[in-house]
Write a protein that binds this ligand. Sequence first.
Ligand code: ADP
Ligand code: MG
Length: 394
Amino acid sequence: MALRAMDTLAVQGRRVLLRLDLNVPIKNGCILDDTRVREAAPTVRALAERGAIVIACSHLGRAKGKVDPALSLAPVAPVLAQYAGRPVRFVPDIAGDLVSAAVAAAAPGDVLLLENLRFDAGEEKNDPAFCAQLRALADAYVNDAFGTAHRAHASTAGVAALFSERAAGPLMAREIAALSKLRDNPEHPFVAVVGGAKISGKLETLQALARHADTLVLVGGMANTFMLAQGVEVGSSLVEADLVATAREILGSASDRGVRVLLPVDVVVATGVDSPEARSCDSNGVGPGEMILDIGPRTRAQIAGELATARTAFWNGPAGVFEKPAFAAGTLAIAEAMAASTAFTVVGGGESVAAVQQAGVAGRLSHVSTGGGAALEFLAGDTLPGIAVLEENA
Ligand code: ADP
Ligand code: MG
């Protein structure tokens, strides 16, 4: 698969519509975590330094097609300006006269930031009229928002197809390179660790990993359903009763293909997440009123051993309710073991990335994927609309 890289686009003196992922958590006008802005800034700077008129755009939160001042991108503009090292002019609209006038007045090297794309219902509907409005603003298109590449929205899919000059930004290219290596050509042994609350939402990814990995390690809440599928009592743990049969199928297909599946051999249990009393026990020793809230010490050591000998390692989904310190040890141990491994290491997923940052090991991993759902869909082998449209004219 070949994608046109941003630096092959002729941008000097041209208007470039740049789709970014500036979807940051904002409370009372304050950005709680500006990681995405910081990561997007070099792309903005690179285009501006090459003499483009940069028209940056992004969604923020779930605006659902309505203007919601709490979800305005206005507070992001000064932060982007600071990281990019150049002024960023916020335009409080997405299309229409105000935007056209701002673009017309801009000079090469200028950076504009449009209002939250999802204030317009046309964005999520991939509405042709809205796509045409966005298209009219620019001469070329760059998508650097991997996290929304799995959505066929106007700014990610519809408008891209209307530009003959379109390319992937550097963040997008890096995500695709790392995830393609995992999916298409991993060095073996390939160990995949999957956890998090639930199986649902990760089903296709689990099925794909149960085909391609050498070892599939299941942890977190989702492991409960797999344990149940094997007849293990899980007390009052979180389970997806309707997915027990599916879990059994995944276990069956993994075993048919010689993929080892490891479930927790011991767990940390308590009567609730706020219970002051937690204990470790063997996986088959969970009492009726107890909930599995983390993996136990023997499981932590076992996973660390697997990761130490892996050549490729992928991790998505916490091993326990790591938001509570009493149940964070498993998740932090996996983060540490990923960092210590000499394998090509990739971590993806909202909470998993937060855990990696909490553990302070992000810099010791080969790749930290910021696109949660998009990364999982990519690994599952799905065609991502925002990527497919860029490939078409590579
Ligand atoms: P990611 O965002 O990394 O993909 P998920 O969203 O799938 O991860 O899952 C994260 C959530 O899973 C965390 O909030 C964590 O509290 C929860 N979780 C992990 N293990 C358990 C468990 N044993 N019981 C209940 N919730 C769990
Ligand atoms: Mg999550």
